[in-house]
Design a protein around this ligand. Structure first.
Ligand code: PLP
Length: 642
């Protein structure tokens, strides 16, 4: 990064891509702090750093998950507005009626919020398991809101859905496996009542990205065309065809190329028309999930981005389905989408503090009189590199040559040490000098292709490690499991130039517990620009767009539990109120999750302390101190305290 005297928050915004992925919800204020503005207007915004200080004052310690319910509501509004605009633009004779796929975020406060503020659009829920069905059954109280029942279904699941219809809800049992048809028929006969029925089609259109296997012959869910036809026959025979109302497809999450969606829409649209022809009443076409998020703000068809906007998506759905229906003069269906990621990513912000940093030592050791040949060879190599540095038109192949020498001498030093010819002190000298060579090299190393891969990775090796008070396995599992990228940046000091390059290591004792892939406008970079720590001052990092999937997929690796979470709502004049506080797991909670009994643990320690007191190896006051620490730890969060 070129050094410039004047740094500004707008340079920070450009560097971290904030306006590309964060607009309109996040910006930087005059103090260089990130501001949250749910309505997109700076007139009502909240300084994230001030908020964290307030929350810490209330004993809500970092790491903290902050859910901005206003943003969730805004996303819902935005989704509906996009479909309304598209419907009016194409004079579509039908409506849009969305559902939230509960698997995206099952937290009660989140689902409740969506159901409550979605009521004006009869917004519903999509479930994929019995437990999720129970959530939806208890929360939906709008007779017009859809309750889409997906996933594997046993008899009880299906009967529950049928009975829910009699309760006044609108469940649609989607046939996802051929054998479910028989089960629906049996359940209906048993209860003397029928469910509303949907069919999921296994599209042949191509898909792309990580979830591309959601389509095609080997997809886990959905019926092939022959299976659909035999299901129709079976339903007709059982006099249930009149309940077939919905056609569903889902081509995978985070569709990054809109062309893929268009193909799928055409195939599904034609299938819908054919089902009507076969005598099913139909009425709903459900385009599933997949509406993507532009995590890196690059607007490209790459996995961390999308080459379309929400409006483009809605336009394509509406226009394509209209084109399919019009020539056949059939009634245009109510359009349903199951957009989870697109609704629930933006509203959560995870904040963690940096506990410290580590980097390769800087000091060049002083020359001693009796240095061995290996050490003085390394010194000469270092001098050589510094010389290249001084002449501006340096030949870059010389850099590689110098580095090859340094590595050779370092390996010589190691061999000599192993054979007993080099002392520990001399080995230390050799190591320090090798690092000094590396540091001198990267100062002059061109960023261009001229440098070899080996030299380029040097920069990575020499970068700073920032220790994060966080477990990626608990809070950001997708970064580990599927290498997903989330925007990550400091939430303050943004008026200052970040002069270091670093990556994050988390609290777990697992070398995979790290964050070392960062968004880079359509690319991925291994290091992030970060600030030098100011003594003991807090350095706070925000992870954005993580509201979908991360919480429930997170695990208890090393027994790091859930973080504290708060629901914040803005009030006029940049104020806020806390709607809910969800306390994170305590050490006691995570121990119990593994079947340990905290009481028994305490009792065993008490007995051991008594014995040690008897044996005079432990003083009474120290025994008490130990018990205090254990008792307090059991009550506290699993993360490090400041
Ligand atoms: C997971 C899933 C969704 C949600 O997908 P997003 O990409 O998060 O919108 C919707 N429908 C079905 C059937 C799913 O399995």
């Amino acid at each position: 990064m070129p050094k410039e005297k004047e740094w500004s928050s707008s340079k920070s915004a450009a560097l971290y891509g904030l306006e590309r992925w964060g607009a309109p919800y996040f910006s930087i204020n005059q103090l260089g702090h990130i501001c949250v503005q749910p309505s997109g207007s700076k007139a009502n915004c909240l300084d994230l750093l001030d908020l964290i200080k307030d929350l810490e004052g209330r004993n809500l310690e970092l790491p903290l998950l902050i859910r901005f319910d206003d943003i969730l509501e805004e996303r819902l509004e935005r989704l509906h507005t996009a479909f309304e605009k598209a419907i009016s633009k194409y004079s579509y004779k039908g409506t849009y009626q969305g559902v939230f796929p509960v698997k995206c975020n099952q937290q009660r406060h989140v689902v409740e919020e969506l159901v409550t503020c979605g009521r004006k659009w009869h917004f519903g829920l999509e479930v994929g398991s019995k437990a999720e069905l129970l959530i939806a059954l208890s929360l939906i109280n709008d007779p017009e809101a859809l309750l889409i029942c997906n996933g594997y279904k046993d008899q009880r699941y299906i009967e529950t859905a049928i009975l829910a219809r009699q309760l006044g809800k609108r469940p649609i049992v989607v046939i996802e496996q051929p054998d479910e048809v028989e089960r629906i028929i049996i359940a209906s006969r048993e209860l003397g009542a029928a469910p509303l029925i949907g069919i999921r089609t296994k599209l042949a259109s191509r898909s792309i990205g990580r979830w591309r296997n959601s389509v095609g012959a080997t997809a886990k869910f959905g019926l092939s065309i022959p299976d659909i036809l035999s299901s129709i026959d079976a339903l007709r025979e059982a006099k249930l065809l009149k309940e077939l109302r919905l056609l569903h497809f889902h081509i995978g999450s985070q569709i990054h190329d809109i062309a893929v969606l268009k193909d799928a829409l055409q195939e599904a649209g034609q299938t819908y028309v054919a089902l009507k022809d076969l005598g099913a009443p139909m009425g709903y076409l459900d385009v599933g999930g997949g509406l993507g998020i532009d995590y890196d703000g690059s607007r490209t068809a790459t996995s961390a981005s999308t080459n379309y906007s929400l409006q483009n998506y809605a336009n394509d759905v509406v226009a394509t389905i209209k084109e399919c229906c019009e020539p056949h003069s059939i009634k245009m269906p109510i359009l349903v989408s199951e957009s989870g990621r697109a609704l629930s990513s933006h509203f959560s912000v995870l904040i963690f503090n940096v506990l410290g940093t580590e980097s390769v030592p800087d000091a060049i050791p002083k020359i001693k009189s009796d240095e061995s040949l290996i050490v003085s060879n390394l010194r000469e190599t270092l001098l050589g590199i510094e010389k290249i540095q001084k002449c501006s038109n340096s030949d870059h192949s010389k850099l590689q040559e110098a580095w090859n020498d340094a590595i050779k001498f370092k390996n010589d030093a190691l061999s000599a040490f192993r054979l007993g010819y080099l002392s520990l002190t001399e080995r230390a000298l050799a190591e320090s000098l090798t690092w000094a060579c590396a540091k001198a090299l990267i100062k002059i190393l061109p960023d261009s292709e001229l440098a070899s891969e080996e030299l380029k990775t040097l920069r990575h090796t020499l970068a700073n490690t920032y220790y994060a008070n966080l477990s990626v396995f608990r809070s950001l599992p997708d970064t580990w499991a599927i290498e997903q990228l989330f925007p990550i940046m400091p939430i303050h000091r943004l008026n200052e130039e970040p002069q270091q390059l670093g990556h994050f290591a988390d609290l777990t004792c697992d070398s995979d517990g790290k964050l070392s892939k960062f968004i880079d406008n359509g690319h991925v970079k291994p290091l992030l620009e970060l600030h030098k720590l100011n003594g003991n001052d807090p350095y706070l990092i925000g992870i954005f767009l993580g509201g979908a999937y991360q919480e429930v997929m997170g695990n208890l690796h090393n027994l790091f539990g859930s973080t504290n979470a708060v629901h914040i709502r803005l009030t006029p004049n940049c104020g806020y109120q806390i709607d809910h506080v969800v306390k994170g797991d305590t050490n006691s909670d995570v121990l119990e999750a593994m079947e340990h009994d905290p009481e028994q643990l305490l009792e065993r320690l008490r007995i051991a302390s008594e014995e040690a007191i008897q044996n005079r190896t432990l003083k009474i006051k120290d025994a008490r101190r130990l018990m205090d620490h254990v008792e307090t730890s059991l009550r506290q969060s699993t993360y490090l305290q400041q």
